[in-house]
Design a protein around this ligand. Structure first.
Ligand code: C2E
Ligand code: CA
Ligand code: CA
Ligand code: CA
Length: 279
């Protein structure tokens, strides 16, 4: 009777049904896309504010859907997390980013840092360290130019084991950034013990800081905190000259956002870079 009730429920709820179907379609599309390799990485420049020089690039995944064109990660990363598909996809992202970095190195970009987003589920895999170690060995690259972006929330879930994993990553040579910093609930006490390099100021604060004194105060506090702890800061979502100026004046060293460049495929990056160095 219970089974029947459940069926009836679905049957009489067309909107839920449509949603469920959409989800199932997206999930099966996602599986085929992974088999077919229908993904690409775009890269968004990160700039040293004081000199305008290129510091690094953040790798951001896109799905080139056969019918729908480019799909943003906001739409499929949550599903990839729920289904566990993110683990394989995350490996693919890291492999691609590492290859791209090696290619840029060959082209003479010797000091670039490439940042890669790591999902919570990926980070929690018992063999995460082994997997990244393996990827590095394949690439024969020193990882000091690869920065892994982790969120506060994922580090705070199980702090002791997160610290162990982070130590392992740092021993391998990776740089670590805390993404979306300020939106989670980091304990300042734990922050002291986390072997990280960078606090990445969340774009929501940058977006509001010129209108809202509270947001500006948060931005200033993050910069001060990072300085006190000997960490770098990078602000994301910098869209205007005014935002750039404020961040610069407050001592935020690195910046990323549409004001400098949008995420772009590597070929477009090459053109962009040439224009930068010419002008
Ligand atoms: P995120 O890591 O916080 O990445 C920053 C997002 O802000 C990117 O969106 C970027 O395109 C966008 N952005 C950059 N500058 C500006 C700006 O000036 N203004 C505004 N409004 N937005 C800006 P995107 O590429 O759509 O990625 C969304 C999220 O998807 C990322 O947020 C990240 O959480 C996730 N994601 C992207 N690529 C990957 C990946 O390879 N693996 C995992 N696990 N997650 C990824
Ligand atoms: Ca990120
Ligand atoms: Ca972010
Ligand atoms: Ca985000």
């Amino acid at each position: 009777a219970k089974e029947k009730g459940r069926n009836n429920y679905q049957f009489y709820t067309p909107t839920l049904n449509a949603k469920t179907l959409d989800r199932l379609k997206l999930e099966s599309d996602l599986r085929s896309a992974i088999d077919a390799g229908d993904f690409e990485l775009h890269y968004q420049p990160q700039i040293i504010g004081s000199s305008g020089q290129l510091w690094g690039l953040e790798a951001l995944i896109r799905w080139r859907h056969r019918e729908r064109g480019l799909i943003s990660p906001a739409e499929f990363i949550p599903l990839a997390e729920e289904t566990g598909l993110i683990v394989g996809l995350g490996d693919w992202v890291l492999v691609q980013a590492v290859k791209q970095l090696a290619e840029w190195r060959r082209q003479g970009h010797n000091h670039l840092v490439v940042s890669v987003n790591i999902s919570a589920l990926q980070f929690r895999q018992g063999d995460f360290l082994d997997r990244v170690k393996h990827i590095l060995q394949e690439a024969q690259l020193v990882p000091d130019a690869i920065e892994l972006e982790l969120t506060e929330t994922m580090l705070m879930q199980d702090v002791q084991s997160a610290i162990q994993t982070l130590k392992g990553l740092r021993e391998l040579g990776f740089r670590i950034a805390i993404d979306d910093f300020g939106t989670g609930f980091s304990s300042l006490n734990y922050l002291r013990h986390l072997p990280i390099n960078v606090l990445k100021i969340d774009q929501s604060f940058v977006r509001e800081m010129l209108q809202e004194p509270e947001s500006l105060a948060i931005v200033e506090s993050i910069i001060a905190l990072a300085q006190a702890l000997g960490k770098e800061t990078i602000a994301e979502g910098v869209e205007t000259r005014a935002e750039f100026d404020v961040l610069q004046a407050r001592g935020c060293r690195l910046m990323q956002g549409y004001f400098f460049a949008r995420p772009m495929p590597p070929v477009i990056f090459d053109q962009w870079y040439q224009q930068q160095t010419q002008s």
